[in-house]
Design a protein around this ligand. Structure first.
Ligand code: NOJ
Length: 748
């Protein structure tokens, strides 16, 4: 039944597509001149040379390892080479010694900065500042391209609603709208306003659904319906394609039984046909070969054929195309025209990046671009904006005048490598400024450092030294969390509490009777409910990168007022997974009924509420999506809509007054959420539709106008067609996803 239903749905989508999309324009900005050049090169290529372009290999050590293959035109792209001298030499061999002189596309996972490391993408999302994120991606492109890297495997657009999944660190969190805005910003930043020699081609990944891995276990299967794909997981990719993303990577997972690298429906039908994508599609590392492990193909020849049929252009590290395509073409199993299309997509990117004209870099000059002062400045600002103040009993900002001694403790206080986070291969720890270093500079002679735990995982039962030192100090700054290695690819966790004896350390410090400020650096939202009572303030910093130390010190001292907001729901306990703000509503919504501790032993079954919640943990998170405190307070007033009834072509014009009612200047992230009250499908209880950062001086008020096209309320409904369904809606304007009073409006 289910299958039939989806087939019907698919044909509805196809019908919609056929009357909508005639591919007239290149999504990556190609031109007739570029196309003519592509055809000229293609017409000169032998079958073997075409297959060579479709092969991507990982660089290993000596250039001579690949010299012969490059000469023969057997490699189209190399990843993981960062030495500009070697890159130049690879390019020289391709240009001067291969028959057609086609340059190499050199790729690297530059995920949140190349040398200058920015906060991990989850942290960048917490800034709710796409302009700054774009600037960060531009910085990464300047550093990467200066050393010959013209292709980055970023941004990762996987929506992630399960913090056990280690790769939540690499994306923008749980929300489709926030992810979309970050996707557009990063594509613009990497590629630049127009493509030139400082552009790195963006690679949007992982297509698609990878973040919905069952159980949060990396690489695991996903079972997303077509509707979930269309309404939740695909929009960031579609927006990135529209923003001109030049390349895309297929994901490792099988969704509903079909591994992405062989998934005709998502790659060919949706990406290529519906969206008209004419960029380059690359597999993930050996994801072609892994289709054999999935049980989706018999051998490399079989999976190479399946990947090509799905519309995948380049094979990363399976060598399936290199070893088998020639035979598959010769025996008629695949058409050479299919290869031609793949090669076109690859050549187009190389031409557009200007690699034929500028294959080499000036290695010496390139070195001076790394860690440029303005890059460090952008990294500092990014780390400041991405930290989230989760709790503050009034200890922050520190009253510096009254402080003579500070105890700094915890395994993350001086962990230069770990504060860089996952995927920071090229960030050097010598350039990283830790909180300890920044504090010692800021408070000379006043800082005592006792790590107490050598790593986040160390177990200890006694903390005598550090507690004694805490008694002597005016304030305790504890830097806790998880090392870089505990998040990222293949680093999923089943337990999300602070590891080792970190919670016990906080408990012991609390007993010393001095104010405790905890700063948590992590790759995911940890479950810190137990720790809240043991600190007077909590600053949460998703691994903040090179300039994390000074950024955190600027926040702690109040030089900068925290403005980050949670890009993902913070859970009370891991058993609540998945818990995200934009869920649909059950037939029995939770209304705060009795929890386990309040239930008398004699209670019968019917006295337990009969709604959707956990007896032991209720139904609410620790901190909702979009939440973050400031040293000041903001008041929302006079919120109104310009009309009660709208047409689909209208814009919702929202007016409000935002006031800074506290003592500090500060920035508020104003958020707008909408609920479609009744639909052909059950609809999310809230969906983010707009956000903006607003800076106000202490005591200042400002009238704001926000305009949201009614068309933004469209979704793929029961009939599989994207449209706005008429009816009643509610709208909230607030500082997080759980606040505010709704207004109503109707769409006719
Ligand atoms: C595997 C990862 O899944 C992907 O994100 C990355 O870009 C490639 N390896 C290349 O390193």
């Amino acid at each position: 039944m289910k299958r039939l239903h989806l087939i019907i749905l698919s044909s509805a989508f196809v019908a919609m597509v056929s009357c909508q999309s005639h591919k007239v324009e290149s999504t990556i900005g190609s031109s007739p001149e570029v196309e003519a050049r592509v055809e000229r090169i293609l017409s000169q290529m032998t079958l073997a040379e075409k297959i060579g372009q479709m092969n991507q290999v990982s660089a290993g050590g000596d250039v001579t390892n690949y010299a012969e293959a490059l000469r023969k035109g057997q490699i189209g792209s190399i990843l993981n080479e960062v030495d500009p001298e070697k890159i130049n030499e690879y390019q020289r061999i391709c240009i001067e010694e291969s028959r057609l002189g086609i340059p190499l596309l050199v790729a690297r996972d530059i995920i949140h900065g190349f040398h200058t490391i920015f906060p991990i993408p989850l942290g960048l999302a917490a800034s709710f500042d796409p302009d700054l994120v774009e600037q960060g991606a531009r910085t990464a492109a300047l550093e990467g391209s200066a050393q010959g890297i013209r292709w980055t495997f970023s941004p990762m657009l996987d929506i992630a609603r399960d913090p056990r999944w280690g790769r939540m660190a690499e994306g923008s969190g749980e929300d489709t709208f926030l992810d979309t805005k970050m996707a557009e910003a990063m594509v613009r930043g990497y590629q630049g306003a127009s493509i030139d020699t400082t552009s790195m081609a963006a690679c949007i990944k992982h297509f698609v659904g990878y973040g919905a891995a069952e159980g949060g276990r990396d690489y695991n299967s996903t079972n997303l319906t077509e509707r979930q794909l269309r309404n939740i997981y695909l929009p960031p990719f579609e927006a990135a394609v529209k923003s001109g993303a030049m390349t895309l990577m297929t994901s490792f997972n099988d969704n509903d039984g079909v591994p992405s690298t062989g998934n005709i429906f998502i790659v060919k039908d949706i990406l290529r046909e519906e969206w008209g994508f004419d960029g380059l599609v690359v597999t993930d590392w050996n994801s072609m070969g892994e289709m054999i492990n999935h049980g989706f193909g018999t051998d490399k020849k079989d999976v190479a054929k399946k990947a090509l049929e799905a519309g995948v252009d380049m094979d990363m590290m399976t060598f399936g195309y290199l070893s088998h395509l020639e035979e598959l073409v010769r025996n008629g199993s695949v058409k050479e025209a299919a290869l031609d299309q793949a090669v076109r997509n690859i050549l187009r990117v190389k031409i557009m990046l200007g690699l034929f004209e500028h294959p080499y870099v000036n290695a010496e000059a390139g070195k001076t671009v790394q860690y440029a002062p303005e890059h460090l400045e952008t990294a500092l600002k990014s780390a400041e904006e991405s930290a989230i103040l989760l709790k503050n009993d009034g200890i922050l900002p520190l009253n510096e005048e009254g402080i003579r001694s500070i105890l700094v403790t915890g395994p993350m206080a001086d962990a230069p490598h770990d504060q860089l986070g996952t995927w920071a291969f090229d960030g050097q720890k010598e350039h990283t400024v830790t909180p300890l270093k920044a504090l010692q500079e800021r408070f000379p002679g006043k800082v005592t450092f006792i790590p107490a735990l050598s790593s986040s995982r160390e177990r200890k039962t006694r903390f005598d030294d550090v507690v004694a030192a805490a008694r002597r100090a005016d304030v305790v700054l504890a830097f806790l969390g998880e090392e870089a290695i505990l998040s990222g690819e293949a680093h999923s966790l089943a337990d999300l509490n602070l590891k080792g004896s970190q919670s016990e350390l906080l408990e012991a410090l609390k007993l010393a009777g001095k104010p405790v400020v905890a700063t948590i650096m992590a790759g995911r939202p940890l479950t810190i409910e137990r720790d809240l009572p043991n600190c007077d303030a909590i600053l949460y910093s998703f691994h903040p990168g090179t300039m994390g130390g000074p950024a955190l010190v600027n926040l702690i001292t109040g030089d900068v007022n925290p403005s980050g907001k949670t890009p993902v729901t913070f859970l009370r306990t891991v058993g609540q997974v998945p818990l995200y703000y934009s869920h649909t509503m059950t037939g029995r919504p939770y209304n705060g009924e009795t929890l386990l501790d309040d239930i008398p032993p004699e209670a019968g079954q019917t006295s337990l509420g009969n709604t959707s919640y956990y007896l032991d943990y209720g139904a609410y998170p620790l901190f909702p999506f979009g939440f973050g405190l400031s040293y000041t307070s903001f008041d929302y007033s006079r919120i109104s809509l310009d009309k009660d009834v709208y047409d689909e072509g209208d814009c919702l014009e929202i007016s409000l007054t935002l006031s800074n009612t506290g003592k500090y200047d500060g920035t508020e992230v104003v958020q707008v959420y909408v609920r479609d009250m009744v639909g052909s499908l059950t609809r999310p209880v809230k969906e983010l539709k707009h956000f903006e950062r607003v800076y106000l001086k202490a005591g200042e008020s400002r009238d704001l106008r926000i305009s949201i096209p009614v068309s933004e309320l469209a979704f793929y409904g029961l009939d599989g067609i994207k449209k706005v369904e008429p009816g009643e809606f509610r709208i909230w304007v607030a500082g997080d996803s759980a606040s505010g009073e709704p207004l109503s409006f109707t769409v006719e």
